[in-house]
Design a protein around this ligand. Structure first.
Ligand SMILES: [Zn+2]
Ligand SMILES: [Zn+2]
Length: 388
């Protein structure tokens, strides 16, 4: 039975010091590609487990630790994230963020703690067969980290037979696993459109080229493409996130504008199509208004496509440790750069319930619940021992 506490799944002493480590990481949050203190702290913990290899500064600040079995077997990768968010923490508990304007609001501190606990288990009992790599990946929140890791010269030639990752899920009972075949998280990209006109005296806009009308037309046209229907296989979520026109100079008619819109679909092909629709609209509107148009993209996340066999492996592990799993009705609308791993290797990302009363991810009062750490360690360890 799932209770609030899944502590019994690992040794009490391990639980106590891994949750202390989680709170220490929570108090020292660092944002994407700046995770140097975090990497140093994780490195100290990993070194103490005597891995067979330990790579540092992977794709920036990342770490990769390897634990070898005695016999030939599959190479598995387990991934967590190092980065926090530029959000001011509202909590007042003892382990609250010690850094102004930064905090672990996605629970990556908890994901790291789970992998640190797993390292400890593998340090005391090596896998029987194959190899296990534990990846502490930088910069998940801006979608840059997975790519940076995969482009690292030391990682480029590596082949993984299966890759695994989990994300905690507030709103789902603690310890409950959310698992699904195929798409787990959406394909996401953010389009940035610049309209270039010409400034003029604000009293004489007719002497310039003010892109205000083009800007609002683009926002309207883009929103008309949105259906925000997660149960639809052809979901399209179009979210304007930022826009700027001219400057706060009241004597000047605006001469430039930019519009930033985040686009989401359930797969990479549909996202590419949606991108083209918004691009076409931007070019057409720009031409109508005689404006220069510049189009760019940022923060691209591939859809996480779970491999069916790998999902079965996770399902068996969840059953074996006595937890329950459920299939969400539709994939999650957020982007996760683990999608770059599942695009290259058979893999599975799954959700781990963080409690129905836990504040949502990225909320200023969110805190990763320590009592689900054992569930994460137990499922991951079971996957490894199952492969024995
Ligand atoms: Zn996040
Ligand atoms: Zn996250």
């Amino acid at each position: 039975m799932i209770t609030e506490h899944t502590k019994h799944l690992v040794d009490e002493a391990l639980f106590e010091h891994i949750s202390a480590l989680r709170r220490e990481l929570h108090a020292h949050p660092e944002t994407a590609m700046e995770e140097t203190w975090t990497a140093k702290r994780v490195r100290a913990h990993l070194e103490a487990q005597r891995p067979d290899a330990l790579l540092t500064e992977v794709g920036g600040t990342g770490l990769l630790a390897r634990f070898d079995g005695n016999e030939e077997g599959p190479t598995l990768l387990f991934r967590c994230e190092l980065d926090a968010l530029p959000i001011e923490e509202e909590n007042t508990f003892a382990h609250r963020s010690a850094i102004a304007g930064r905090s672990h609001k996605c629970g990556h501190d908890g994901h790291m703690a789970i992998l640190c606990g797993l390292a400890e288990r593998l340090g005391s009992q090596r896998p029987e067969r194959g190899r296990v790599w534990l990846l502490f990946q930088p910069a998940e929140e801006n979608g840059m980290g997975a790519q940076a890791v995969l482009e690292d010269e030391r990682v480029k030639g590596m082949r993984f037979d299966r890759v695994f990752a989990l994300h905690n899920l507030p709103g789902v009972p603690k310890g409950q696993v959310m698992l699904r075949d195929d798409t787990f998280t959406a394909a996401v990209n953010s389009i940035v459109v610049h309209f270039k006109g010409r400034t003029s005296h604000a009293a004489e806009p007719e002497n310039g080229l003010n892109p205000a009308a083009a800007m609002s037309a683009l926002i309207h046209r883009s929103l008309a493409l949105d259906n925000n229907a997660p149960t639809d296989a052809h979901m399209r979520v179009v979210t304007p996130v930022y826009a700027r026109l001219g400057s706060k100079d009241y004597g000047i008619s605006a001469g430039s504008a930019e519009v930033h819109i985040t686009l989401r679909c359930w797969n990479d092909a549909e996202l590419a199509h949606l991108q083209r629709c918004v691009e076409d609209a931007a070019r057409e509107i720009g031409a109508q208004h005689g404006l220069g148009v510049d189009i760019g993209y940022t923060q691209h996340f591939h859809a996480n496509r779970n491999d069916k066999q790998t999902v079965d492996i996770v399902r068996r592990a969840v059953d074996a440790v006595g937890l329950t799993w459920q299939e969400p009705e539709h994939p999650f609308k957020w982007g996760e750069d683990f999608g770059l791993f599942t695009a290259r290797f058979p893999g599975c990302m799954f959700g781990l319930g963080a409690g129905e009363d836990t504040p949502a991810l990225h909320n200023p009062d969110y805190d990763f619940p320590d009592d689900i750490i054992p569930a994460g360690i137990a499922v991951f360890e079971r996957i490894i021992r199952q492969a024995d």
